[in-house]
Design a protein around this ligand. Structure first.
Ligand SMILES: [Zn+2]
Length: 198
């Protein structure tokens, strides 16, 4: 039996992705044991983050500065713009350190089912950014879902006629994937995206 405050902390941690009630309790116990060191540090870090988190007005990323670290980095190639559905996608792509351009976060995907329309996403802002010039290529990095692909098609249509190259992430065989284990959709995509052997 624990006090209300300890229960509340365990409850709050259990809501984090990847943590269930059991691991939340273990984390609480770990923090209670280190209340003078790790707990103080965690509280300070969370407070500092809460006080400084902002949405980047340029790309929609969430960071502790506006413009965000990506937009403010002069080594980034502003001529390449990678459009993603969510901040999580931006972070995932950036962790891979393969793309050296800038990003644009839509804030979701078009969905008739959830009633998400073009005006609910940062599409107007994307067209403004591209229309302002200085962008050579727009990379549509939507998820390989029906809604992600619908969104990519819609964006490609809206960008048509603008002086930019529009590209899309290739879909196909995952690294280490065996044909026998793949679903038909992935196989079909891989076959469609086949290229000459050089
Ligand atoms: Zn930014």
């Amino acid at each position: 039996m624990a006090s209300q405050e300890i229960e509340a902390l365990a409850g709050a941690l259990a809501r984090l992705p990847g943590l269930g009630p059991r691991s939340a309790r273990r984390a609480v116990l770990w923090l209670v044991k280190r209340r003078e060191t790790a707990l103080v540090q965690l509280v300070d870090t969370l407070e500092a983050m809460r006080a400084s988190l902002v949405e980047c007005r340029e790309c929609g990323n969430v960071d502790t500065s506006d413009p965000c670290a990506v937009c403010a980095d002069p080594r980034r190639d502003a001529r390449q713009l990678c459009v993603v559905e969510d901040v999580a996608d931006l972070w995932a792509l950036d962790r891979a350190r393969l793309f050296t351009g800038r990003y644009h976060v839509l804030g979701g995907r078009l969905s008739a089912l959830d009633g998400i329309r073009p005006e609910d996403l940062a599409i107007g802002r994307l067209l403004e950014r591209v229309g302002a010039g200085g962008v050579d290529e727009v990379v549509l990095a939507m998820n390989a879902t029906l809604e992600g692909q619908t969104t990519a098609h819609y964006l490609a249509e809206r960008l048509e006629g603008m002086p930019v190259r529009i590209t899309q992430l290739a879909h196909g065989l995952p690294v280490g994937g065996e044909l026998d284990y793949l679903d038909e959709g992935t196989l079909a995509q891989a076959l469609r995206a086949r290229r000459p052997v050089t």
